[in-house]
Write a protein that binds this ligand. Sequence first.
Ligand SMILES: [Zn+2]
Length: 399
Amino acid sequence: MKTTRFIQLIGICIVFGAIAALFFVKMEDTAEVVIEQEQTKVLHETVVEGTETEPVPEPIVEPVTTTATLAAVGDVLIHSSVYTDAFDGEAYDFKPMLAPVKALLEEADITFANQETVIGGVELGLSGYPNFNSPYEVGDALKDAGVDIVSTANNHTLDRGEQAIINAITHWNKIGMLYTGSYESFEDQQVIRTIERNDITFAFLAFTYGTNGIPIPTGKEYLVNLLDVEYMTDEIKRARQEADVVVVSLHFGNEYEPLPNEEQKRIAHEVANAGANIILGHHPHVLQPVDWIETDSGESTFVIYSLGNFLAAQEGIEREVGGIVRLEVEKTTFKDETTITIRDPRFIPTYASKQNWRNYRVYPLEEVDNSILANANDWYDKTIQHMNQWVPELLFSFE
Ligand SMILES: [Zn+2]
């Protein structure tokens, strides 16, 4: 009996406690509502009392920054000993030749290569120096190694005529590789090649100083883009309309000269002033240094005057050493303005090794030991000193 009453008492206490708690919560709610109403009133009064020109506070806009990397390699120059080495009796396979550098090529957001020889395919008959025609499988290997776009404007573009160019383009399209500098029609030439990565659009143009004296068929000037400053300027302006960054591939300079000549420097300055952000030079078959070009409008254009050979069968160590250049592009968008900055230039020297015109392999030069190349370390040191002579901040690692 006593216990029951005690429980009843506790029950009553809980009920009263709950009512009291609800009451206080309700009071607080009411208080908040009152305060909110007060604030609304104050705000309302401010608006009413203010003049019509009272500024409306703008939403805070923060700059948006994004980056993407671009890598490039030089001449893919398929001499007959290179395609012979790639043939196993049934098919051509160039992938093992690029395997030691594949990770470095894949690592960049976009990778470019100069396809010096036309991949017209076996049906036209393969050929080496001086009028090259290479197997389609060269393209397959580049694609597999991470290359996204090839330059096809160089002095060997017309080596095997129009049919080789058309065959090559058919294959590039088949494997989904972008090509620039040599086209199948005027309509094709009009299409600016662009690649977008991380909200940054890159446009790629390519031009060559000439075609080894082989005339361009009249009425088919789209077959190869020539290095004409006025034409290049127009094309760069057109590319600027469609892209944040303009990359210009220039096939120019004197073969086997380690430094750019005055003509290369003059053309590079013209191209930079026309609006190119990055200039990728090739043709000398040896490396020429990197540099920054200050444009008339105060921007900095990056140039590598010659990327050297990437995969070729030329003799002499300077012609076997090439490299992978890499840059970071930063895009900052703030309100209606977009700023592009090219920075962090890096370079990995490479070595195209062979033994008795067989076993072609492209290695990072730093990984090559004396059994592959005598005094490999000295060649590495010599190469980096050559490449950074005008740009001391050039780094030699992608890490
Ligand atoms: Zn060339």
